[in-house]
Design a protein. Structure first.
Lengths: 151, 151
């Protein structure tokens, strides 16, 4: 489905998503028209899902990042759906992942400070349905982040 | 602290969906002129609220069928420097992100692989051979979503 030129384009685009189509074409060594056509095709195929701005939450005053690992009551057939639907309603939840493994779900929560985190935890997180166990991991540092796929 | 008004928040919500929108297209959605929109977008970049862009790709369509979060505990803390571990783990192309955390594990890694047997190869040859690596817990990603966050 994808050839070497597509992959080369994606590699460059992934490293520098802010490039304009003509700059990207230049960097990947393809003609601008070819580049535009291929990007359009990969968007239509659903390979490229979007090009999104990344917000620096710390700049906006969110100093605390917590990863919450939750286990759910699996005797409830709708536990996953109801839990994730409710978690989406909490604005401070910025990522939701479901797993096969010891942990069922992970929520990534941001807060302004520990008092704010405590407030979110008590009033929003603990009220989410079907939790049997929940455990918090505090973020110290991000050593490598969002490096993209090894295409 | 940085204060954003409702228009800034609207711009952020739009750019998180699609960062490639032109100032005039964005302005039309907000009922703002092109120059006014451009100035606001530039300010959000200048003050660091927008720290960059991210290309959102469908990993499965690119042949990476498996994504796994690994919780890694170091076995020989103190003897092996954290720097050595961090440098070595960051150099692995299949490792997309490395976070230093406080909790049951020392590090959380996000790893992508083509399939389960490819994941086993990465785990055995690359992860288990890292300096100081101890207990490893794997959770295979079933689904994941990013939320817009409190904007």
């Amino acid at each position: 489905m994808l050839d070497d030129t597509d992959r080369r384009l994606l590699r460059h685009y992934q490293l520098a998503p802010q490039l304009s189509p003509s700059e990207l074409a230049d960097r990947a060594g393809v003609a601008p028209a070819t580049c535009a056509r291929r990007l359009e095709r990969m968007q239509a195929q659903g390979v490229i899902l979007g090009n999104r701005a990344v917000i620096d939450w710390q700049v906006l005053g969110y100093e605390v990042e917590v990863s919450l690992r939750a286990q759910l009551d699996k005797t409830q057939p709708r536990a996953f759906d109801e839990f994730t639907a409710a978690a989406r309603e909490v604005p401070e939840v910025i990522e939701i992942q479901t797993f096969l493994g010891r942990v069922d779900l992970r929520l990534y929560v941001i807060a302004r400070d520990m008092a704010h985190y405590q407030h979110i935890y008590r009033t929003a997180i603990l009220r989410l349905p079907h939790i049997t166990d929940i455990e918090a991991l505090m973020h110290m540092a991000r050593i490598k982040s969002d490096k993209g796929l090894p295409i | 602290m940085i204060q954003l008004d409702e228009t800034d928040r609207h711009i952020l919500r739009e750019l998180v969906k699609d960062a490639t929108q032109s100032a005039s297209a964005l302005g039309r959605k907000l009922g703002l002129s092109q120059p006014a929109t451009w100035r606001r977008v530039k300010r959000l970049h200048d003050i660091g609220v927008i720290k960059g862009q991210r290309l959102d790709l469908d990993r499965e369509r690119l042949g990476f069928g498996v994504a796994v979060f690994l919780g890694v505990k170091l076995a020989t803390k103190g003897r092996v420097s954290l720097d050595d571990f961090e440098r070595a783990v960051s150099a692995i192309p299949e490792v997309q992100s490395v976070e230093h955390i406080l909790g049951v594990y020392d590090y959380r890694l996000r790893v992508v692989a083509r399939d389960i047997s490819d994941f086993e190869r990465v785990l055995r040859r690359r992860i288990m051979t890292l300096p100081g690596v101890g207990d490893v817990e794997a959770n295979v990603v079933l689904s994941e979503e990013r939320r817009p966050g409190p904007i």
